[in-house]
Design a protein. Structure first.
Length: 321
């Protein structure tokens, strides 16, 4: 099997076409190929008890030989490939819909083994008598490649969100005001997130310290919808912080390698990766799989009076190369 690349970009309104070709010597069997988006939600070693902890979210299957339709339009890369492999070449292409999730893995724990849970994409070619055989085709009759569906940050970067809150304390006539804002809407992986914090304390309470944290929200949509929140970075600042100051925060995967279940961008082989990127909105289309979002939380810890908290939405992604 040949592929021109392993990463395919979701542009929100369209997705890159997955296409290349197979080089195979056939006798009398049929040749099929499929592209599948699947969600693995259990360890592979549990499959031996007869249960499969993998669900296909989307799958498209094509019969390449004998051909069942007209000749497909070839890309320049496919034309070059077909000239190279000759009569044993069978080109293919898939158009993924826009309502599929991106490739996301859930970070395993230190003692976990096997393939990580998460959403993955697989291109698989195989030789069989029918498209969906009752038994899995033998390994000698199959070839497969894992690919990734990814999103990049939009080029336009708008001003960041801003919010404020006032809290009234007992035995105090005036409230405490907390205002927080982000410089921009989109931050890139590895880039420090700067939070502007403004405190107007008109009470008799003392702010002991300020906590600024970045939290990852992972929504798992399969049979039901569940959302898990994990802090990926937390910084604390003492009471000496000025009433209007910019506080930095560094949400890096390197600081959270021990956190089991954290969402990270899908891996190919054992390559490096980063925290999962924010899933860009697909409008009103219902999407299954794993959807990721982030928020910044600013928390004032007040002596003898509880906390004052505000939250800001955050978009964390990779820039378009």
């Amino acid at each position: 099997m040949y592929l021109g690349k392993r990463d395919f970009v979701d542009h929100v309104d369209s997705v890159d076409i997955v296409g290349a070709g197979l080089n195979v010597c056939l006798n009398f069997l049929k040749l099929f190929i499929y592209l599948a988006c699947a969600f693995r939600y259990g360890s592979e070693d549990l499959d031996v008890i007869g249960l499969s902890f993998r669900r296909d979210i989307w799958i498209q299957r094509v019969q390449l030989y004998p051909a069942t339709g007209g000749s497909p339009t070839l890309s320049p890369m496919q034309e070059c490939l077909m000239k190279k492999v000759g009569e044993q070449g069978y080109p293919f292409s898939f158009q993924m819909p826009t309502d599929l999730p991106c490739s996301v893995s859930l970070q395993p724990g230190p003692n976990d083994t096997g393939k990580a849970c998460g959403v993955d994409f697989e291109v698989k070619g195989y030789i069989a008598d029918k498209a969906d055989p009752a038994d899995e085709p033998a390994k000698k009759d199959t070839c497969r490649l894992m690919i990734r569906k990814i999103q990049f940050a939009p080029i336009s970067n708008k001003p960041g969100p801003k919010t404020d809150v006032s809290k009234q304390f007992m035995m105090s006539d005036k409230p405490m005001n907390l205002e927080a804002s982000l410089e921009k809407e989109i931050y890139y992986h590895g880039e420090p997130i700067t939070v502007s914090v403004k405190i107007n304390n008109q009470t008799n309470k003392v702010v002991k310290k300020i906590q600024v944290s970045v939290e990852q929200l992972t929504s798992v949509v399969l049979y039901s919808s569940d959302t898990y929140t994990k802090a990926v970075s937390t910084e604390e600042f003492g009471e000496t912080v000025e009433s209007n100051e910019v506080l930095p925060n560094y949400p890096l995967l390197a600081n959270s390698v021990e956190k089991r279940g954290l969402s990270v961008d899908g891996r190919l082989k054992d390559g490096d990766t980063n925290l999962a990127s924010t899933t860009l909105s697909q409008g009103e289309k219902e999407m299954q799989g794993i959807l990721v979002s982030y928020k910044v939380k600013v928390n004032l810890i007040v002596a003898g009076g509880g906390d004052v908290t505000v939250e800001l939405p955050l978009t964390l992604m990779s820039p378009k190369p």
